[in-house]
Write a protein that binds this ligand. Structure first.
Ligand code: UFG
Length: 337
């Protein structure tokens, strides 16, 4: 079913946590890759040297065109990861999120169409979904959308752009709704600047590198009162991007360009407290913490139904939270050799 891998790929947001991991995966496949990243939040030092990097913003058509022109002919696929990712920040700067995520995706889609790129895959988010009412439910791709944050709205807008692009019939598009990407692969540590993600914050608080962790709310309608999220290993996430690009290429070649949505999660909800317990077990140290009020934009539970991911891409994500935490701790240099 999924035979030919993309051999030429444009990756936007390539210097980020997922991007740098994806580049290693694509290079291991022998692909020729061009990277585009503004480096405002990315990590140039984690980029493989052999990948040409255009430093530019996805909202700037000249930067996107410059990256596309580095290929002799249109690349097989564009994997669009560039974007802002913080739910809380988006409530403070909604216009910025609309610009970077919605307008940026429009520019990338338009220029891929203009250049004749047959396949476009974007990093969307579970934040586009209407949150779960009951704990224990899982969200499949038919679940209603209903973002609760400007971040979620900006990603949903990107999805509509990809749908409209596929409707033109020349480019197949896929939106991967990522749940909580975690862990590490290829020895690359999860680092964001600033760091806002639970696992690296908890691990580094335990190691004394950061102040005590703030637990954002323990009064949610969940079994232990803290938020439930679906943590999925970054290794499975990059595999989903590569296989989605393959699928979209094949669709475009066979004249069946369409838009697809896939949920990338494990199907298991873990509470903030469970994550803290896993960090303590892996490090053998307590995670110093203080309970604070809820963070704006946070919802009680977001858990994927990964059935379609398995059916369409044959991906069965590793649900072992301890492995994700251990891989994260190891690459952050927090485990004794
Ligand atoms: N949390 C804390 N303290 C912290 C940081 C996080 O208690 O210092 C809690 C949050 O309230 C949340 C959970 O830990 O309940 C996970 O928070 P993260 O910031 O690690 O991740 P988010 O769930 O906010 O967001 C991530 C991605 C989004 C994506 C979402 C989908 O950043 O892009 O997962 O579930 F949309």
């Amino acid at each position: 079913m999924l035979s030919t891998s993309p051999s030429t790929v444009l990756v936007t947001g390539a210097a980020g946590y997922i991007g740098t991991t994806l580049l290693r995966r694509l290079l291991a496949d022998g692909a020729r890759v061009i990277a585009l990243d503004s480096l405002e939040r990315g990590h140039a030092e984690q980029m493989p040297r052999e990948v040409p990097l255009i430093v530019g913003d996805v909202r700037d058509p000249d930067a996107v065109r410059q990256a596309l022109r580095l290929f002799d002919r249109p690349p097989d696929a564009c994997i669009h990861l560039a974007g802002l990712i913080q739910v809380g920040e988006s409530t403070l700067f909604p216009q910025l999120y609309r610009d970077v995520n919605a307008v940026g995706t429009q520019v990338v889609a338009d220029l891929c169409l203009e250049a004749g790129v047959p396949a476009l895959v974007m990093a969307s988010s579970a934040a586009v979904l209407r949150p779960l009412k009951g704990v224990g439910e899982r969200l499949d791709e038919d679940a209603p959308v209903g973002p609760e944050s400007p971040y979620g709205s900006s990603k949903l807008s990107g999805e509509y752009t990809l749908r409209a692009a596929a409707d033109l019939g020349r480019m197949a598009t896929v939106a991967l709704r990522l749940f909580n990407v975690a862990g590490a692969a290829y020895g690359l540590a999860e680092r964001h600047d600033p760091e806002t993600h639970l696992i690296p914050l908890a691990l580094r608080a335990a190691a004394g590198e950061l102040p005590p962790l703030h637990v954002f709310g323990d009064d949610f309608p969940t079994p232990d009162g803290t938020c439930l999220r679906d943590y999925v290993h970054v290794r499975d996430v990059v595999e989903a991007f590569v296989r989605s690009a393959r699928l979209a290429m094949q669709q475009a070649v066979s004249g069946e360009a369409e838009f697809q949505v896939l949920h990338v999660g494990t199907g298991h909800g873990r509470s903030v407290k469970e994550v803290i317990d896993a960090c303590e077990l892996v490090l053998g140290k307590p995670v110093p913490r203080q309970v604070h009020g809820r963070r704006p934009g946070d919802v009680a539970a977001l858990v994927a139904d990964p059935t379609r991911l398995a059916t369409v891409l044959d991906i069965h994500p590793d649900a072992d939270l301890h492995r994700m935490v251990r891989d994260a701790a190891e690459t952050l240099g927090l485990l004794d050799a």
